[in-house]
Design a protein around this ligand. Structure first.
Ligand code: GLY
Length: 388
């Protein structure tokens, strides 16, 4: 949450920026990078860049494995953003020289018990029905791909197009890219939108967007663990693994440096305490799927707050009655994968372009007049294809 800023007095030599981005997580920084790259004067306001949800995120780029019943439009956005990731990652690394841990081994989805596999197969059938590349594997094929999986894992499927990136490398790289493109970081919190002075303000403040805009963004707690393979060797598995284990849904993300991210709980809570029960459940499920994890060091147990919305989809575009304020928030479980497309489409809006049709389901006014009430603005109107 961004609180407590005392506005600085206007300086006579300050040039009013074209864009003020509130929030320097991956979404805000990528928007700043893109906007600055298009020749706009950009300020990014955040006292602690990268300290929100991305600081704990695993970094899965999983539009296929995360395609869920009833979320078809969100799946379309996820797929469109994932398709931009290879070029986005390459450009970021070329611009900054920074490795961001982008890996393309694909994701294995597995079920530990017969019941787990039955549950997983229902989801795979739904995903295949959407035409997504989910390939069921025979147990022998599964073990050929990942010999480290427990012998009792009953079955699995491969999503070859679901990849990963390391958010703890991504955020500093985006910050460097944005600053090299000319964006200015203002290390102060923003308590109210009136404290920023720019032609367009982009609210990319995660859960903090609720207090700033009145939009219905709620914290969704996730507890997550980091383990490390002994002796600094790489983990004994290379795919991202998503599994059901005795009813527990977990994911395991291996990094080249020996780290494994094991997550995550999904809790309707706003605290960031780590509980013994959650750690126990995550470790049990993880070790049941990959027994070698029992020998790993447990190096971190943390909790973060995902920005959720009433339909768990992001809010992208102008606030009702405020064409000068664009929301880029509510990314919930998908902030990392949605970073490239959010940056591109919000930058197009900042530049005055027509909204991409992909944005239509994610408009800020789909939740009614809450934001208008909070901001004291007029009723939203539609003029042609433009939002105002
Ligand atoms: N995207 C994974 C999570 O939110 O836990």
């Amino acid at each position: 949450m961004l609180t407590g800023r005392v506005p600085s007095p206007p300086s006579s030599d300050r040039v009013r920026p074209d864009v003020a981005v509130v929030g320097a997580g991956p979404i805000g920084l990528a928007i700043a990078w893109r906007c600055a790259g298009r020749g706009l004067r950009v300020e990014v306001h955040d006292p602690a860049p990268g300290s929100g949800a991305s600081a704990v995120a695993a970094g899965m780029l999983s539009p296929v494995a995360e395609a869920y019943f009833g979320e078809r439009q969100l799946t379309e956005l996820l797929l469109a953003s994932a398709a931009r990731w290879p070029a986005f990652a390459a450009e970021l690394t070329e611009t900054t020289g920074a490795e961001i841990g982008y890996r393309g081994e694909g994701t294995l989805m597995v079920g530990l018990t017969g019941d787990d596999l039955a549950e997983a197969r229902r989801l795979w059938a739904y995903q295949q029905g959407l035409g997504l590349p989910v390939t069921p594997l025979r147990p022998s094929e599964l073990r050929d791909r990942e010999p480290a999986l427990a012998p009792r894992v009953r079955g699995g499927a491969l999503a070859t197009t679901d990849h990963q990136v390391d958010p703890r490398l991504l955020v500093p790289a985006l910050r460097t890219a944005a600053q090299r493109a000319g964006a200015v970081l203002v290390p102060q919190p923003v308590r109210h939108l009136s404290e920023v002075d720019a032609r367009v303000t982009v609210v990319a403040a995660g859960c903090g967007a609720a207090a700033l805009t009145g939009l219905p963004v709620r914290p969704v707690k996730g507890q997550i663990l980091r383990l490390r393979a002994p002796d600094g060797v790489a983990p004994g598995f290379r795919h991202v693994i998503r599994g059901y284990a005795d009813g527990e849904s977990v994911y395991l993300v291996p990094r080249a440096d020996g780290e494994v991210v094991l997550g995550a709980t999904v809790e309707e809570r706003s605290d960031t305490t780590v509980t013994a029960g959650a750690v126990q459940r995550l470790l049990r499920a993880g070790i049941d799927l990959l027994p070698e994890l029992a020998e790993y060091d447990l190096v971190e147990a943390v909790a973060g707050l995902r920005p959720g919305t009433p339909d768990n989809a992001p809010i992208l575009g102008p606030l009702p009655g405020r064409p000068d304020v664009l929301a880029a928030t509510g990314h919930h479980r998908h902030g990392i994968v949605l970073t490239p497309i959010t940056a591109d489409l919000i930058t197009d809006l900042v530049l005055g372009g027509l909204p991409d049709p992909l944005l239509t389901p994610f408009r800020a006014d789909r939740f009614g007049a809450a934001a208008v009430a909070a901001l004291g603005g007029p009723e939203p109107t539609m003029e042609g294809d433009r939002w105002s």
